[in-house]
Design a protein around this ligand. Structure first.
Ligand SMILES: O=c1ccn([C@@H]2O[C@H](COP(=O)(O)O)[C@@H](O)[C@H]2O)c(=O)[nH]1
Length: 235
């Protein structure tokens, strides 16, 4: 059985979607000990974020590398093998069967947990149709969750709105990580499938990813504290 993270603070993952490593450090220092888990995505990864990932790990933080890898199986295998050396906790790949099998092979025995991105939380059924898919979001998420479990992936990225159907498919041990979290009253921005922190915890999400509602808040530390209070109260 997979060991799930058990410090309640680890349930909140703050997306470091800032332009520079310097901005990221400033944010990490502002947020302090209340935030233990950070996500590095495209913006920072392409601006020195991989070295930052190593550094944050050395300082005792957990890091989620949200690179959403997708390529031919062999290239994914080799890329994931390189990333196992960083010491990060999570890495995303797109939930295509070849990609997921390649990622599992590249991860080998390393501690890195692989998460499969099912359907981006900025997509609704119309966006999937535009992209050439014949399935509604919920059906695609269900199918990809089944394929992820078969491939040996450790967790699923989906909207918290799909947590219950995903849990039915993957069982109790795999992780469910949910972006598209919006505290009530905060702007959705480009996110289309959103839930509040309390709702996401109540339906069974393991980790909530929050970016703009915290990092663009006038007081990011207070915003993160409010999300954490909701998580604790709903847990
Ligand atoms: O389906 C997905 C997969 C990843 N993300 C990432 O999560 C954060 C969300 O940031 P917000 O500012 O809270 O919207 C962002 O880094 C995305 O790249 C996602 O939103 N949806």
């Amino acid at each position: 059985m997979m060991q799930k993270l058990n410090d309640v603070r680890d349930r909140l993952i703050v997306a470091l979607d800032v332009p520079t490593v310097w901005d990221a450090y400033r944010l990490v220092s502002t947020l302090g000990d209340g935030v233990t888990f950070y996500k590095i995505g495209y913006r920072l990864a392409f601006a020195g974020g991989l070295d930052l990932a190593r550094q944050l790990v050395a300082e005792g933080k957990k890091v989620f590398l949200d690179l959403k890898l997708h390529d031919i199986g062999n290239t994914v295998t080799e890329g994931v093998d390189s990333l196992t050396k960083l010491g990060v906790t999570f890495l995303t790949v797109h939930a295509y069967p070849q990609t997921m099998r390649g990622a599992v092979e590249g991860r080998g025995d390393a501690a890195l947990k692989l998460l499969a991105v099912t359907a981006l939380t900025s997509y609704d059924d119309g966006d999937l149709r535009d992209a050439g898919y014949g399935l509604a979001v919920r059906d695609l998420v269900r199918l990809r969750a089944e394929q992820a479990r078969t491939a040996g992936i450790d967790g699923i990225v989906c909207s918290a709105a799909e947590t219950e159907i995903v849990r039915e498919v993957i069982g109790p041990d795999m992780l469910i990580v949910t972006p598209g979290i919006r505290p009530s009253g905060s702007a959705a921005g480009d996110q289309k499938r959103t839930l509040t922190p309390a709702e996401a915890i109540r339906v069974g999400a393991d980790h909530l990813v929050v970016g703009r509602p915290i990092i663009r808040a006038a007081d990011p530390r207070a915003a993160a504290g409010a999300v954490m209070d909701e998580i604790v109260a709903a847990s």
